[in-house]
Design a protein around this ligand. Structure first.
Ligand code: FAD
Length: 412
């Protein structure tokens, strides 16, 4: 294989950072440049809608590593710098500071950005989103001294945000176009349980509702108007209606994209000198077989970003292996912890398993275990990850049997 003197990583988030750290851990001794357009050192996003928003941890507590790590591992972190274009012929990236850097291998780890609400008034002051540390700081300040919050979108981030605000005694209404919470990601059973948890905590829901406009009092948001003619008063509106992958760099350079940068099982793009990892990537996996989009998916999770970073670092240091990690995810909503292992299609069958405090919903597709959603059942979640990794299944009858020793089955 070719000598690899310099690896450049575009995007200094969870995946880009992991690739850099794992490359060094695996013995890569060349030059390593991690270019990120955010000002901060690489940090974790999950607490932004949880502990950080609630004021239970500070910005330092979010950092993936302290500053000294980057110097010690010779990772040249270029903060506040955007990669603006790729020149594949010259193997160079252009930077927002006017410079350019040559690479032997380029890793695209540009993540996603939030979808914006395509309605009038969406740019009023007081209409916000939550993706970055800057967004979270703005929201922490915004929820001081206000009363009424409208959250648009009952996805993970919207619900986590709603739970933190409700716990502070704020009035929170969540507007959702679908008929249930987290509709794209979890079973009706899990949706129903979380709706009840949030309602008990004081959150109000409006389902099957489209937002047609954000109404202002002057420059500031005053209300949210829905398709059925309601006007919900709001001091703050938080929009959480999904993301779009940051794939323009790849697309403009002629790489294949389709709701994500397309990579093969080894996370390589159609250019052998360029790989891509994390939220911005569409990749093939056996866990997607039978999903509506075919056997390729784009996954937004810490697990996927970290495991793809590791997998790619291994390949670039001479230990190639196809990416085959079990997808898993968590979401903390108020006092409840949701954990998901595997990938379910919307119409996968559900088997509810109750034991003690929490419960798990086992999902089956074509008679095989596809995913397990666990609520306050960490042991079920760990067992599910093992079963899925080992390509083992169980029957729906076994899943429903409260006497079944799941852990024993998973470790057998
Ligand atoms: P990111 O971490 O988004 O990093 C991409 C980076 O690239 C960003 O800093 C971006 O600004 C930068 N960038 C983009 N374009 C360029 C460019 N041209 N040049 C330079 N830099 C660029 N996942 C879970 O599993 N559990 C959770 O509980 C959970 N909670 C979350 C809560 C919030 C509020 C958010 C926003 C996400 C949460 N996630 C959670 C998802 C998880 O954080 C992401 O899946 C993960 O961060 C993906 O890593 P990534 O490196 O692919 O993308």
């Amino acid at each position: 294989s070719e000598a690899m003197d310099r690896i450049v990583i575009a995007g200094a988030g969870q995946a880009g950072f992991q690739a850099a750290a794992s490359l060094r851990e695996a013995g890569f001794s060349g030059s390593l440049i991690l270019v990120g357009d955010e000002a901060a050192l690489p940090y974790q996003r999950p607490p932004l809608s949880k502990a950080y928003l609630a004021g239970k941890t500070d910005a330092r507590g979010l950092l993936l590593r302290q500053e000294s790590f980057f110097a010690e591992h010779r990772i040249d972190h270029r903060a506040g710098t955007r990669v603006t274009a790729l020149d594949r012929g010259a193997r160079q990236v252009r930077l927002s500071d006017g410079g350019s850097i040559g690479y032997d291998h380029l890793i695209l780890a540009t993540g996603t950005r939030n979808r914006t609400l395509p309605v009038p008034g969406a740019d009023l002051a007081g209409v916000r989103q939550l993706r970055s540390l800057d967004d979270a700081d703005a929201l922490r300040a915004a929820i001081e001294g206000i009363r009424r919050i409208v959250v648009v979108g009952a996805g993970f981030i919207g619900l986590e945000f709603a739970a933190v605000c409700a716990a502070r005694g704020l009035s929170v209404t969540v507007i959702e176009a679908a008929e249930r919470v987290m509709a794209r990601a979890v079973s009706p059973e899990t949706s129903q349980a979380f709706r009840a948890f949030h309602e008990e905590a004081g959150v109000a829901f409006l389902f099957g509702a489209g937002v047609t406009a954000i109404e202002g009092g002057g420059e500031r948001v005053a209300a949210v108007r829905t398709a059925d003619g309601q006007s919900l008063p709001a001091d703050l509106v938080v929009v959480g209606i999904g993301v779009v992958p940051n794939q323009e760099l790849a697309e403009d350079a002629g790489l294949a994209v389709r709701d994500g940068i397309e990579v093969d099982a080894f996370l390589a793009t159609s250019d052998p000198a360029i790989s891509a990892i994390g939220d911005c990537v569409r990749f093939p996996t056996r866990f997607a077989a039978g999903l509506p989009g075919g056997d390729r998916v784009r996954i937004e999770s810490v697990q996927n970003a970290v495991d793809q970073g590791r997998c790619l670092a291994a390949r670039l240091t001479g230990r190639p292996a196809a990416y085959d990690a079990v997808p898993w995810f968590w979401s903390d909503q108020g006092p409840r912890k949701l954990q998901i292992a595997g990938l379910a299609a919307p119409d996968d069958a559900s088997v509810l398993r109750r034991a003690g405090a929490g419960f798990s919903v086992f999902r089956f597709r074509d008679g095989r275990l596809s995913a397990v959603e666990s609520v306050d059942r960490a042991a079920d979640h760990m067992a599910a990850r093992r079963l899925l990794a080992a390509r083992r299944t169980l029957t729906p009858e076994q899943a429903a049997d409260p006497g079944l020793d799941l852990k024993a089955l998973a470790t057998a």
